[in-house]
Structures are given as C-alpha cells and as structure tokens.
Design a protein around this ligand. Structure first.
Ligand SMILES: NC(=O)c1ccc[n+]([C@@H]2O[C@H](COP(=O)([O-])OP(=O)(O)OC[C@H]3O[C@@H](n4cnc5c(N)ncnc54)[C@H](O)[C@@H]3O)[C@@H](O)[C@H]2O)c1
Length: 344
C-alpha cells in the first residue's frame, strides 16, 4: 500500500519512562501513524516529550481514553498492565502492551478473552520476534540446517535496571522465552528456576531458568541485573550445525558453526566406537539492521488497519506469562520442576 492511500491510525502512548520514548519516537515517525497523545503520571517526563514532538500530553489516562485515539501503546510498570489494558479494551481501543502481558496468568487470560469478545486487537511487545536476526535463526531451524535441535542456552545479563514490582525472571526472561517459542515452534512442558535476591530483599536479581520442550530439547536461560558485563547471547546446538546469536554485536549478530560430532553408524564393541569431531567453516550471514521495534510498531498498525491477528497476539502473551508463572513457583519452591499449565 502506498503511504498516501494508507489509512492513518490515531495512536496514544502511556508511559514515558525508559521504554515508552522508543515507542513514541516510532509512532511519531512511521508513515500512517498519527501520534495524538502521550500520558504519564510524571509532569517532567511529559514536558520532555512535549518539547521533543509537540504532541499533546496528559497525566490522566481517562482523558487519553476519551480522546479520538484508536490505538493505545502501554509502556508502564508490569503491575499496572492489567488495569490500564482492561480500561483501554473496555473503551474500545486496540492495544499494544509491553512484555510481560501481566504479572499473572489469570489476569492475562481475562485480557485475552475481553479483547476477543470485543473484537479488539491485543498485541504484546515481544520485540525480539520482530528482530531480523531472530527471524533468520527461525528460518535456519525450520529449513533443517541445524539438523535435529539438541538444546539451547540463553544469557541475558547486565548491571541493572533493577525493577521494584517484579523479579529478574519476569523482567528479562520474557525475551528469551518468546524467542525460544518462536524459533523452535514449540512450547515448553515444564519450567524450573533457581535464584537469589542479593540487593533488594525478596526480589530475585539473579536466576537460572530451565525449560523442557517436547522431544527432549532443553533450554537454559541465565538472567541477572547484577553482572559486570552486558551479554545478550543465545546458542542453539543441533546435530548438524551450531549457531550463536549475539545481540550485542553491532553487525555480525549470527554466527553459524559447521561443528559437530559424529559416531560410527555401526559398532559392535566399545573399541570400535570412536566419535569424530567436525570443525568446519564459521559463516556470518548478512542480516538487515532495521530496528526491530519499528517493525513491531508497523505490524501493530497493520493489524489495526486490517484486523488481522498480530504475530505476538494476546494468546502468545498469555503463553509466556504461564511459563513465567511456573518458573516463579519453582523459584519459590526450591527449584522444583513445575508443569506449565496453558490456558489457551
Ligand atoms: N520490549 C523491550 O525490549 C522492553 C525493554 C524495557 C522495558 N520494557 C517494558 O516496558 C514497560 C515499562 O518499562 P520501563 O523500563 O520503561 O519502566 P519505567 O519505570 O522506566 O517507566 C514507566 C513509566 O510509566 C509511568 N507510569 C506508571 N504508572 C502509570 C499510570 N498509571 N499511568 C500513566 N503512566 C504511568 C511512570 O511514571 C514512568 O514514567 C515494562 O512492561 C517493561 O517490561 C520492554
């Protein structure tokens, strides 16, 4: 569709702390988006945004809901998601809500049902699903280039940003969980987690999560707000090849290692059984450096226009929350393996 004939969507954004301004910038810049209003409780943040974009601002969410915005993007703390999303859906708005959808599966399910009942778009900001490197990895796996996927390992650590309403699992693991579901095309059966709260009492800042997918595929996720280095790395090991996706790398985000280990097809004795290691080439494919959040916002606007179901719809948000809930139970239960109960 050319930009001139594209129906323009009136958008409002709630929350202009750390993440909200990135949404605001995209909805300000993207053709076919009409940024109409920004809401936050903090006047200083509103003044900053108003000075940058000249957009009307308000401290009242009700005022934003009464305005002519058709679509609302919510980038407020997780503990506020349910209340704000519910009010927006009841006011007839389509919504893009930041990850995780809510801080419990019961409320996530309510939002999914409310959106479906009211015919509203509910999209969750699983930004990595719109990342060209993740898309590349998904295609590699789907085409069988890695062979059978054995296991995956994700590391997402940094110094900060400490949250006060959720622990590090709820804050950082949604990214890796949504990536794993997207690239493996499967959902985990069980989750377990161990973690510790070192800085803020009762709020775990370091955690190790393990997910078991069907077919014996195991995935480990290490998340931390308490690490000297910023690492965002996912390794996927298959029977034919191995891949490392390093999101901190500016250009060479994906490296494909033609490495592996083969056993003899037949052997009758232990002496005959020798493993042979394969050390082949390492390839670094060219990957588009388009901003994932821009792709995500464009997809949201397209869904609002065409009424198609978003790629990261409410149900996928609910799936991620169900997994987080199981991991969180385990975290508070000595690391015991918990079955994930999906409500959709
Ligand atoms: N997709 C990503 O990669 C990504 C990255 C960072 C954060 N996030 C998500 O974005 C959301 C916000 O995170 P953040 O780090 O920007 O938080 P933040 O605390 O920096 O900002 C939140 C803002 O919301 C405002 N706010 C709080 N309650 C409000 C209310 N009732 N009405 C209006 N405004 C209100 C606060 O004043 C603040 O300015 C979270 O869900 C977080 O998980 C996503």
């Amino acid at each position: 569709m050319n930009h001139k004939s594209m129906q323009s969507i009136n958008v409002g954004v709630v929350g202009c702390g750390y993440w909200g301004p990135k949404l605001i910038r995209n909805f300000y810049e993207i053709p076919g988006s009409n940024l109409r209003m920004v809401c936050d409780l903090r006047p200083d943040r509103l003044e900053h945004v108003h000075n940058l974009y000249g957009v009307p601002v308000t401290q009242s969410f009700d005022e934003l809901l009464r305005s002519d915005v058709a679509a609302v993007a919510i980038a407020t703390p997780v503990s506020t998601h349910y209340r704000l999303a519910r009010a927006a859906l009841e006011a007839g708005k389509d919504i893009l809500i930041e990850k995780p959808l809510t801080d419990n599966a019961g409320q996530a399910q309510e939002l999914v049902e409310l959106a479906e009942r009211n015919g509203r778009i509910l999209m969750v900001g699983h930004t990595y699903e719109y990342n060209p490197a993740v898309e590349y990895l998904r295609n590699l796996i789907a085409q069988g280039d890695l062979g059978t996927v054995y296991y995956a390992n994700a590391i997402r650590v940094n110094l900060g940003i400490f949250q006060q309403d959720i622990n590090v699992v709820w804050d950082l693991a949604p990214h890796d969980i949504s990536i794993l579901i997207y690239i493996l095309g499967a959902t985990p059966i069980t989750a377990s987690a161990r973690g510790r709260a070192y800085v803020q009492p009762g709020i775990q800042d370091v955690a190790y999560v393990t997910l078991d997918f069907p077919g014996g595929v195991m995935a480990d996720i290490r998340v931390s707000w308490l690490d000297p280095c910023k690492i965002r790395r996912l390794t996927v090991v298959g029977s034919r090849k191995m891949v490392v996706y390093d999101d901190v790398e500016p250009t060479e985000k994906i490296k494909i290692y033609d490495k592996g280990v083969d056993g003899p097809r037949y052997s009758d004795t232990l002496e005959e059984f020798h493993l042979s290691y394969r050390f082949g080439n390492i390839t670094t494919p060219a990957i588009s450096n388009e901003e994932p959040l821009k792709i995500e916002c464009q997809h949201f606007l397209e869904c609002v226009r065409t009424r198609q179901r978003p790629r990261s719809d409410g149900r996928s948000g609910l799936r991620v929350v169900s997994i987080l809930e199981a991991a969180d139970h385990s975290l508070h239960n000595g690391g015991l393996r918990e079955e994930v109960h999906y409500r959709c």
